[in-house]
Design a protein around this ligand. Structure first.
Ligand SMILES: [Zn+2]
Length: 155
């Protein structure tokens, strides 16, 4: 995506579980679980952070849900317990932050800050808001670096 920060993703399939789906409201629906480790690296070398997420995909509606329960306890939880740990919606605020991080990517420092906030709040999601956060940060880091070099040479 960009050369500054890349994300190494490792996926491990887990057991089939039974959930009450918050997306399509199906009761006792079968669902596929998956463990995903995202490792963020700077310049493809320096590990910045490592995040572990558990995703559950509903067989009824095929929506991918984020599960906050520990991966190795999935098959021990009851349907009700497990369902309390499932999250479906990406909030408007998160989408707004992702957009703002790209719209502000021309603004030195502020854009990076927005991008980091956006990436943090969008971390447990999949899809475009997270991607936009990366783009915003990447573009801003490049622009800020260019600006600093410009100032250094001029001063
Ligand atoms: Zn569903």
């Amino acid at each position: 995506m960009d050369v500054l920060i890349n994300s190494r993703i490792q996926k491990t399939p887990g057991p089939t579980v039974t959930i009450n789906c918050p997306a399509c409201n199906a009761k006792s629906a079968p669902a596929e679980s998956m463990h995903q480790v995202d490792q963020l690296e700077l310049f493809y070398l320096l590990p910045i952070m490592k995040l572990r997420n558990t995703f559950v995909t509903c067989h009824e509606c095929n929506k991918q849900l984020i599960c906050s329960a520990p991966f190795d306890e999935l098959d021990r939880l009851s349907v009700d317990d497990l369902s309390q740990h499932l999250v479906h919606h990406v909030s408007i605020i998160k989408k707004f932050l992702a957009l703002a991080s790209v719209l502000l990517c021309w603004a030195p420092f502020v854009g990076v800050l927005m991008g980091c906030i956006s990436l943090a709040v969008n971390w447990r999601t999949t899809g475009w808001p997270k991607t936009l956060s990366y783009v915003g940060i990447g573009a801003n880091v490049l622009l800020t670096a260019a600006l600093l070099i410009f100032i250094a040479l001029g001063g």
